[in-house]
Design a protein around this ligand. Structure first.
Ligand SMILES: [Zn+2]
Ligand SMILES: [Zn+2]
Length: 145
């Protein structure tokens, strides 16, 4: 089963190194809420008690990398009203997607290393692919040593 929208948001937030409090400090709400209320509200969204809206997902996207489309797709998938909607392909470690790739320090986006694993989450795999090195990991490791 594909992860819930709340789990997706939590995964992307944690991967970006933000706490719920960090996001609450950076996000604006209408009407204005006190910080503690914003933290509670974000927790309810991450626990799937409250459904994330387009405007909330867009506001979160300005704080940390997140795909609004993926978040809303997951909302639809879990609402049971979205027959025929395909589950988004997500990395099982960082929950990045085709719409929201990891970007390394060289500005390079990640690729798929497996069905549900991106190259940014497989140390060394991205470098070998870029360098066009031997596809045999044993040989590559032998050279390095
Ligand atoms: Zn990943
Ligand atoms: Zn990635």
């Amino acid at each position: 089963m594909v992860i819930t929208p709340g789990a997706y948001i939590a995964r992307r937030r944690e991967h970006a190194g933000f706490t719920v409090e960090d996001v609450a400090l950076r996000i604006e709400t209408t009407p204005q809420l006190a910080l503690r209320e914003r933290v509670d509200w974000l927790r309810r969204i991450e626990n799937d008690v409250e459904t994330v809206s387009l405007s909330t997902a867009s506001a979160m996207q300005r704080v940390f990398p997140l795909s609004v489309d993926v978040a809303l797709q997951l909302v639809d998938l879990h609402s049971g009203e979205a027959l025929g909607i395909e589950a988004p392909r997500l990395c099982r470690v960082c929950a990045c997607s085709d719409l929201d790739a990891c970007v390394d320090e060289h500005g390079e986006g990640c690729a798929w290393a497996g069905a549900d694993l991106c190259t940014a989450c497989v140390p060394g795999v991205a470098d070998e692919a870029v360098a066009g090195a031997s596809s045999d990991p044993a040989v590559a490791h032998g050279k390095a040593a």
